[in-house]
Design a protein around this ligand. Sequence first.
Ligand SMILES: *Cc1c(COP(=O)(O)O)cnc(C)c1O
Length: 238
Amino acid sequence: MPFDEPSLAPRPKPRVRDDRSPAERLVDLRVRIDKAATSARRDCADVTLIAVSKTHPADAIEPLLAAGQRDFGENRVQEAEAKWPVLRERYPNTRLHLIGQLQSNKARDAVRLADAIHVVDRPSLVTALARAMEQEDRRPDCFIQVNIGDEPQKGGCAIADLPELLTQARDAALPVAGLMCLPPASLEAAPYFALLAKLARDHGLAGLSMGMSDDYDTAVTLGSTHVRVGSALFGHRA
Ligand SMILES: *Cc1c(COP(=O)(O)O)cnc(C)c1O
């Protein structure tokens, strides 16, 4: 076998010691997002940076709020309900993005809490969210999550099921803002981002929730409108 077979796997990044605070990292991150947007002839105002604060306590979040960050991502409804009411009282224009898999029986809590829900991925959840929005008279933006790498362990609808799910969501009057994906962890993300961007274009959707700590600038060059960045801001999660 040849030894120079090109590998699709990204090279492991060296772990550099990083003593900067989250607020300092935020400044650098914004610069990198601006650069990526500029290189793709995009307006950086069209890219929302979601600071993924899951597992981090309010004490760790507050400095980012003080530094002007307003969009935050949480994985679990219960955790967000415990952490955010107090922070939001102090910073009323904060927007919360729910990015972790959502059970239908939590739909009402999610609708009450979140300003955007990035994990709409099946008919039963569309139905539950539509009912919850009716009951709460509140309509958070919805992103349809696509299982872009066709991975059995991941959430997201199959690419083949996207047209039908989108039709259902639109018929149910969900405010569908765009598509979301989590590419396979061990592969180069760019082809998956490009595929999600194509699907969004095909369906006339403007929003693209894609890109995390290791690949947010690639995602921005490929059209991401919402990057979800956790560890590059807060450091590694316990
Ligand atoms: C945790 C999480 C992120 C952030 O991941 P990092 O690699 O820490 O930036 C983004 N999106 C989703 C869906 C997540 O669960």
